[in-house]
Design a protein around this ligand. Structure first.
Ligand code: ADP
Length: 301
């Protein structure tokens, strides 16, 4: 079968207008692209910088994709928290749907990992408390993110962590409701999402991803990473990963990661229990990560 070429939709206009409010945004630079959206930096007439996530209407012709986009907008719009990318506005024209977002000018944690290869334990403490604050808020609001990974954790100008991309998020509408759709990113996906099609999954999948994120920050690659997706799933099923001796991960960090990566969702620690773990007090816990962390490991002694 011939491979389908990805059709790149035309760029949005240089000046993006919201006809309902009269607001105009000047497109200044390309920030990145994901599954079916492209993201640009824009400025308002007052000189404020923002990010706009643009979805071409041709890519949401199917009912399934349309439903997915409206779900992302509905859920993201519900959430207001200092560690979640602010969803400011949403509008459309004939070609595109536009989501106006808070700009995260320091990129994603994945960009930073590519430059630095791995993070120090003090940096990981700062990142983890901010990520957990966002998760506590999402879960209290009955939202499961379901795609927490370094590429969806953004950094604002102060290097605050902001959870973004609610494209796979789900709302738990009734207490005890379980989700059955298989979704997520292979390396970060919890075992029950893949293998428990009877009971389904819930909030604990985000906790699993927090464990994968912590491992990845400290080791430099995800725990179950291997050459093909099937082999990753096999490793997840067998809970097979190790702590390479040359990386010198502290015993308390290893203990915390091991407790989170429990194959049984109800045996994983709660978000509060993670915050109470001794790892948070076993070394320096700086108030923030400096912008210089982009180039070299900060010295927090
Ligand atoms: P998708 O839902 O299609 O995966 P994402 O929301 O992950 O799209 O965005 C794609 C890319 O755009 C990200 O990897 C990042 O580089 C960039 N990006 C997304 N949101 C922002 C933002 N608020 N600020 C800065 N860059 C962003």
């Amino acid at each position: 079968m011939e491979k389908k070429e990805k059709v790149v939709p035309p760029s949005p206009p240089r000046v993006i207008r919201d006809e309902t409010t009269g607001n105009a945004y000047r497109r200044v630079g390309f920030l990145g692209e994901g599954g079916f959206a492209r993201v640009w930096e824009v400025t308002t007439i007052h000189g404020e910088r923002k990010a706009v996530k643009v979805v071409n209407k041709d890519s949401i012709k199917s009912k399934k994709n349309k439903t997915k986009l409206w779900a992302e907008i509905k859920l993201h719009q519900m959430l207001t928290h200092p560690n979640i990318v602010t969803f400011e506005d949403c509008f459309e024209d004939d070609e595109n749907v536009y989501m106006m977002l808070e700009l995260c000018e320091n990129g994603s944690l994945m960009d930073l990992l590519r430059k630095r290869r791995r993070y120090t334990e003090p940096e990981a403490r700062v990142i983890l408390v901010q990520l957990i604050a966002a998760c506590q808020y999402m879960h209290q609001t009955n939202v499961i993110h379901r795609d927490l990974k370094l590429g969806n954790l953004f950094l604002d100008d102060q290097m605050n962590v902001k959870v973004g991309d609610f494209g796979l998020a789900a709302l738990i509408e009734k207490p005890g409701d379980r989700k059955k759709t298989i979704c997520g990113t292979p390396n970060y996906i919890a075992p029950e999402v893949l293998f428990d099609t009877v009971n389904g999954h819930s909030f604990e999948v985000d906790i699993w991803s927090v464990g994968v994120i912590l491992y990845t920050l400290l080791i430099g690659k995800p725990p179950f990473q291997t050459k093909d997706v099937k082999a990753i799933y096999k490793r997840i099923k067998e809970n097979r990963y190790d702590f390479p001796a040359d990386k010198e991960i502290s015993a308390s960090a290893q203990d915390l990661i091991t407790s989170i990566l429990n194959p049984e969702p109800d045996k994983r620690p709660s978000l509060d229990a993670i915050l109470r773990h001794s790892w948070f007090h076993d070394g320096p816990f700086p108030p923030f990560v400096p912008v210089t962390a982009h180039d070299s490991a900060p010295d927090f002694r």
